[in-house]
Design a protein around this ligand. Structure first.
Ligand SMILES: Nc1ncnc2c1ncn2[C@@H]1O[C@H](COP(=O)(O)OP(=O)(O)OP(=O)(O)O)[C@@H](O)[C@H]1O
Ligand SMILES: [Mg+2]
Length: 245
């Protein structure tokens, strides 16, 4: 929720599992690893963790580029990633630099990586192994220095077993894997995060500080939070914006 350069301290939580995540994030960021995988249900903080890893790394002055592989039609993902030469296909009126090239020296965040087509999974693996790729319509390889941070909200191994995700790419990504537990498994953190967000929101909305009643706290603690931290943030924002007292 806060702005500014992402730091591990922005990954809020007192639960042991989250302390472990902060430790892993520091180690992963400082390592020379070319690939990092972040796994967690929706709203558990995968995007936040990816940004913190980049900001903490020696790559922080180079770009952090993100692509949501599920949000772009699959036939466009390839040219988004790799770019193309002028005239490479119908509609390619001008040369286009892809996101891989744009992330040179920095980090490329591949959100919802399991959505990549089999062809693109193969190309990505080659790129990870060689740090080279070709723009669509070009024979000239281009060398880049990119760290890949991939995220998924599905257990990737299941996708491998069902033949939707390449096993070799899975093992490549799995070398450094960070698992974000769902909010309902973070014990007391539900209330800890709720209080922190509530304080922040009251300041932002210029409202007197609010407190959660013991009844509400009990409900929060029992609820399953399918939307995880994002759901908690949105709920509290609605309360701060609309409720009195
Ligand atoms: N531990 C945390 N402390 C503080 N804020 C958090 C924490 N985890 C997540 N958030 C915040 O919750 C919101 C959702 O997090 P984020 O977008 O990183 O989730 P995500 O796992 O990428 O979700 P999705 O799978 O839907 O893309 C963001 O505003 C993020 O800053
Ligand atoms: Mg996300």
């Amino acid at each position: 929720m806060s702005a500014g350069v992402p730091t591990p301290e922005m990954i809020l939580g007192e639960d042991e599992a989250i302390a472990r995540v902060r430790g892993l994030v520091r180690k992963a960021a400082a390592s020379p690893a070319r690939c990092i995988l972040i796994y967690g249900e929706t709203g558990t903080g995968k995007g936040l963790v990816a940004q913190v890893i980049h900001a903490l790394s020696q790559r922080s002055l180079a770009p952090f580029v993100d692509i949501n592989c599920a949000a772009i039609p699959s036939e466009l993902v390839e040219s988004e990633l790799f770019g193309h030469e002028r005239g490479a296909f119908t509609g390619a009126a001008a040369k286009k630099v892809g996101l891989v090239e744009a992330a040179d020296g920095g980090s490329l965040f591949l959100d919802e990586v399991r959505e990549l087509s089999p062809v693109l999974q193969a190309k990505l693996l080659t790129l990870m192994d060689t740090q080279r790729f070709r723009r669509i319509g070009s024979v000239q390889p281009i060398s880049v220095d990119v760290r890949f941070i991939a995220a998924t909200n599905r257990i990737l191994f299941n996708e491998v077993r069902e033949g939707r995700f390449r096993e070799d790419l899975y093992y490549r990504l799995q070398v450094i894997a960070i698992n974000l537990p769902p909010l309902r498994e973070r014990g007391h953190d539900v209330l800890y995060l709720a209080r922190r967000f509530l304080d922040e929101l009251c300041v932002r909305y210029g409202r007197p500080l609010m407190h959660l009643s013991p009844e509400v706290e009990a409900i929060f603690q029992r609820y399953s939070w399918p939307g995880n931290v994002r759901e908690l943030q949105h709920l509290l924002e609605r309360i701060v914006a609309l409720e009195d007292g």
